[in-house]
Design a protein around this ligand. Structure first.
Ligand SMILES: NC(=O)C1=CN([C@@H]2O[C@H](COP(=O)(O)OP(=O)(O)OC[C@H]3O[C@@H](n4cnc5c(N)ncnc54)[C@H](OP(=O)(O)O)[C@@H]3O)[C@@H](O)[C@H]2O)C=CC1
Ligand SMILES: O=C(CO)COP(=O)(O)O
Length: 337
């Protein structure tokens, strides 16, 4: 469900793993180009998609016979789409192991402060054991070129994670399994905010010491929140944590990195959005992640400052100064974890 950057490339992964796939596209022209030319002209005009990828704008056609339903739309739009989609897949969900609902989305919902798998459980009415996520260092344009990468399939039901793993393993995409859905999902959402910070540092002309500091302290605050919310700290040292954080922060292919860089160069939110075009989840998730942290009394200084840049008009230069002026403390905050 979603035929943008990641939806399209994930469809290619499924088809290359011999799993037939029907992509739901919001626009007719996108579905037509996939069916008639085996290309997604809007997102990857030069990429020929496997024959096994079909597309439709009809949610019923995409969903009614699916064993695996994959969500690849912007996080903040899931709640408005899911009630309509739900009626097409719930009927099949009580047969056999039941439909697996798979989230590729990396965000936290504004207002409810829910992770995407929580929104899916709430609206679908299906048990959490039927909801899985895929996350990791997975920049779609690199995977489009079949550059090798690893990823994580997380589900509280290990057997279901293994089934999804089998459905998406190819010569260029190597998924591992995990049962820590909370940690994997938070790792994916928080790294987008840290990538905004890293991009800002690039835009400001700051060097590798600054960037390494952002990655390391960004990981510290992601781990801190995760552990408070029931995640395993080790998850953050893995693909869904450090792996995705490094890939997204350091890559000019990342929309969050690019967006942050524009802010660092002095552009405002609207100008950065116009340049980035595609979804940069961190811009909205900085607010919900900060809300989530506040709800459990966890400090997330970098996320907090990114929110101030995005929504309070504070300059990137000013937030760097404020981060550096914070009270000094031990590096390992075991007492707080
Ligand atoms: N791109 C990547 O490398 C990766 C992305 N992700 C995550 O995957 C999710 C999707 O990202 P990505 O595919 O990159 O985003 P894109 O912006 O490339 O594509 C978004 C897709 O969702 C559709 N869409 C946009 N708004 C709505 C809406 N309100 N209702 C229904 N459909 C909508 C778009 O349709 P239209 O074309 O008509 O606008 C498009 O098909 C995000 O959470 C992202 O963080 C995770 C890993 C890698
Ligand atoms: O999640 C991603 C890579 O794993 C994609 O990052 P961006 O959304 O910043 O492009």
């Amino acid at each position: 469900m979603g035929a943008g950057s990641w939806g399209t490339i994930f469809a290619k992964i499924l088809a290359d793993a011999d799993t037939p796939v029907t992509m739901w596209a919001r626009r007719e022209e996108v579905a037509r180009s996939v069916n008639e030319e085996h290309r997604n002209r809007e997102y990857f005009p030069d990429l020929v998609l496997p024959q096994g990828v079909r597309a439709t704008t009809d949610a019923h056609v995409a969903l009614s016979d699916a064993d695996l339903v994959v969500f690849a739309i912007p996080s903040q739009s899931l709640r408005t789409n899911l009630p309509e989609w739900r009626r097409h897949f719930v009927a099949k969900s009580d047969q056999g192991p039941g439909t697996t609902l798979l989230s590729l989305m990396k965000g936290v919902e504004l207002g409810t402060l829910k992770r995407m798998s929580e929104v899916i459980v709430e609206i679908s009415g299906l048990p959490a054991d039927q909801v899985a996520i895929v996350t990791g260092p997975n920049l779609a344009p690199e995977i489009a070129m079949e550059q090798p990468t690893a990823s994580v399939v997380a589900c509280t039901d290990h057997a279901r994670a293994v089934a999804v793993q089998e459905a998406v393993t190819t010569s260029y995409f190597r998924p591992y399994t995990d049962t820590d859905v909370i940690g994997c999902e938070l790792g994916g959402a928080i790294k987008n905010v840290i990538a905004l910070a890293y991009g800002m540092a690039s835009g400001l002309g700051l060097g590798d010491n600054t960037k390494a500091t952002l990655i390391t302290r960004g990981l510290a605050e992601a781990t801190r929140l995760g552990v408070h919310l029931g995640a395993d700290a080790a998850t953050f040292a893995g693909l869904a944590g450090l792996g995705d954080l490094v890939a997204t922060c350091s890559s000019p292919l990342s929309r969050n990195h690019t967006f942050g860089k524009q802010l660092g160069l002095g552009r405002d939110l609207a100008q950065a959005q116009a340049i980035t075009k595609q979804t940069a989840e961190g811009v909205k998730s900085c607010r919900s992640i900060r809300g989530l942290a506040a709800s459990v009394g966890v400090e997330m200084p970098i996320c907090e400052q990114i929110e101030r840049v995005c929504y309070e008009g504070v300059s990137p230069k000013q937030v760097v100064a404020e981060l550096m002026a914070r009270q000094t403390k031990p590096e390992k905050e075991l007492a707080q974890v």
